[in-house]
Design a protein around this ligand. Structure first.
Ligand code: MN
Ligand code: MN
Length: 273
């Protein structure tokens, strides 16, 4: 990752590497620059590159037979942001240290917030870690980066992705969705008048019924113009839906760190170290 590197090269390199090592991508590789916090993955023919002086989140998901590992790190190309990366890694570590059976999720939120604020930054309240189950990326319980009114607790044997996000103190501490979306998910089987769209949906149902996918992974199903129209049709009849790109509301830079863990009787085992 250097200034000028095409983002699509990073996404494809990561996804190919996952497959070469015997896994499958659990979702398209996310590469999120500066104020983009989450859900940017290169679309087909992406022309974007890593800019100078960027802070970049790279978020990778792998599954083997539906068992998911979800992990992210922040790569920093500007020394000014070193403190953000240090603080978010520290916050993740502190939350992992606080994991034990029956711990309340709000308690973990407190830990994340306290650590992030200690270094002079602001947690993002509306992005959370999440429970995972087989073939389910976001399953039930959430792990916030701020305290929340909830009785939710972690149980032995449950699997979680813990992922605090922070921004500068001048940030709003909140993300919102853009009109752009490049990460897709299967929603339902709905009839369509376009036989090419039906054909595309059949392929999606077979390969990506449960986990998010990219248009890039389906580029060989139809010729380019037909593919584009087929995706439009599937989106408009809501056979598939999207995860919009999420950006910090005040356009301030964002850092993220993430690991996947299994709750054990004595604490947890981190599976993505
Ligand atoms: Mn992730
Ligand atoms: Mn995650």
């Amino acid at each position: 990752m250097k200034p000028g590197t095409p983002i699509i090269d990073i996404c494809e390199k990561v996804e190919k590497s996952i497959i070469r090592k015997g896994g499958q991508p659990a979702f398209p590789c996310n590469v999120c620059v500066n104020e983009v916090a989450a859900h940017y993955s290169s679309p087909l023919h992406d022309k974007r590159t890593i800019p100078n002086d960027a802070i970049v989140k790279i978020d990778i998901g792998v599954h083997v037979d539906g068992y998911i590992a979800d992990t992210a790190t922040t790569v920093n190309l500007k020394p000014e942001y070193d403190g953000m990366v240090f603080a978010i890694e520290k916050a993740l570590k502190q939350v992992i240290n606080a994991v034990q059976p029956n711990v309340k999720t709000t308690r973990l939120g407190e830990t994340a917030k306290k650590t992030i604020e200690q270094y002079g930054f602001k947690p993002i309240w509306n992005l959370t870690g999440h429970q995972m189950k087989r073939y389910v990326l976001h399953a039930g319980k959430s792990i916030p980066s701020v305290p929340r009114f909830t009785m939710s607790r972690l149980k032995t044997g449950e699997v979680f992705a813990v992922e605090p996000f922070l921004t500068l103190s001048s940030g709003s501490g909140e993300v919102h969705g853009l009109d752009e979306a490049y990460i897709l998910r299967y929603h339902r089987s709905k009839s369509t008048r376009n036989p090419k769209a039906r054909n595309l949906l059949d392929v999606i149902e077979k390969a990506y019924r449960y986990l998010p996918f990219s248009q890039r992974w389906l580029k060989d199903v139809l010729p380019p113009e037909e593919l584009d129209q087929a995706f439009k049709d599937l989106l408009s009849n809501r056979s598939i839906s999207t995860y919009p790109v999420l950006v910090e509301k005040n356009k301030q830079v964002v850092a993220q760190a993430e690991h996947t863990l299994i709750v054990t009787k004595t604490g947890c085992v981190v599976t993505t170290l």
